[in-house]
Design a protein around this ligand. Structure first.
Ligand SMILES: NC(=O)C1=CN([C@@H]2O[C@H](COP(=O)(O)OP(=O)(O)OC[C@H]3O[C@@H](n4cnc5c(N)ncnc54)[C@H](O)[C@@H]3O)[C@@H](O)[C@H]2O)C=CC1
Ligand SMILES: O=C(O)[C@@H]1CCC=N1
Length: 266
């Protein structure tokens, strides 16, 4: 990889996740990383202290001096930031992790020929365990791809998809961890109501979840796994029947639809 300077616009949770992943790779080609946000100086100081990176509350002054610019600010800030960025940059690679901000949107606001990439990670990026979908714009060359792969590997695994697919899967890979955590909260509450401590409930439910995920990762289908648990006429079947009556799958699919629609600004 060529010597590279990375600028991040936005210094929140996702920016920190990407930053810590990149630093763990200890790649000598990364010459400099600068984190910026609009006004939270305290947050910038904390990140500077924690990671030893450069910080600034004026990204406009920094843009020229960096090769890769990663937007990790809210989607609603992108219109203004991209248009201003377009006045400042000259061929730099521009990436975003924002929900709903696809490469067409970016290319429309940046000078013709600007290489762009849209990455949709999830919060497991914080521990290098994200499954990130991504899609590249028209002007991304093999060198840019090397950089994009480096960032993606720093936060976990990834799948390159079409722009439409990244939109359609925003809920399934980006937001669904929150759906899983809501399920865990309900399970923990049920466990506590049945007499175990909150710590025991956390430990039991977490292990149940990681074991279930490991069975899926081993290649078994969810239908087979469900059937293995639910002995015919047994107690699990009675529980599944309640979920079905309460439209469990429909509720999840409706949540996916609502999430994606919101991300697209609908
Ligand atoms: N949290 C998540 O699970 C995921 C978040 N994302 C995307 O990541 C982006 C950031 O999300 P989080 O890190 O969760 O949010 P956050 O609230 O932790 O961080 C947002 C950051 O943007 C900065 N900011 C706000 N307005 C700005 C502006 N006008 N100019 C420069 N900086 C500005 C804030 O100071 C803050 O540092 C969003 O676009 C979101 O769609 C994508 C996938 C998953
Ligand atoms: O809630 C959000 O807007 C972001 C997008 C994907 C996950 N979190």
């Amino acid at each position: 990889m060529r010597p590279t300077r990375i600028l991040m616009i936005g210094a929140g949770r996702m920016a920190e996740a990407v930053l810590s992943g990149i630093l763990k790779q200890a790649n000598p080609a990364i010459e400099k990383i600068t984190l910026t946000n609009r006004q939270d100086k305290e947050r910038l100081e904390l990140l500077k202290e924690r990671y030893g990176v450069h910080v600034s509350s004026n990204w406009e002054e920094e843009a020229k001096d960096h090769d890769v610019i990663l937007l990790a600010s809210p989607p609603a800030t992108h219109d203004v930031i991209l248009k201003r960025l377009g006045e400042l940059i000259d061929g730099q690679l521009v990436l975003t992790v924002a929900a709903g901000i696809d490469t067409t949107y970016m290319e429309e606001r940046l000078p013709k020929g600007t290489p762009v990439c849209w990455i949709m990670p999830n919060t497991a990026a914080q521990i290098g365990e994200s499954i990130s979908t991504y899609t590249c714009g028209h002007y991304v060359n093999p060198q840019h791809r090397e950089m994009i792969a480096f960032i993606l590997e720093a936060i976990g695994e990834s799948a390159e998809l079409s722009e439409q697919q990244v939109h359609d899967l925003t809920a399934v890979t980006g937001s669904a961890p929150a759906f899983v955590y809501a399920f865990v909260e309900a399970m923990e509450e049920a466990a506590v109501e049945n007499g175990v401590t909150a710590e025991q409930a956390r430990s039991l439910v977490t292990k149940m979840l990681s074991g279930s995920a490991a069975m899926l990762a081993a290649g078994h289908s969810p239908q087979d796994l469900r059937d293995q648990v639910a002995s015919p006429g047994g107690s699990t079947a009675a529980g599944l029947e309640v979920l079905e009556k309460r439209h469990y799958k429909e509720a999840i699919k409706a949540a996916v639809k609502a999430t994606n629609a919101h991300a697209r600004g609908e």
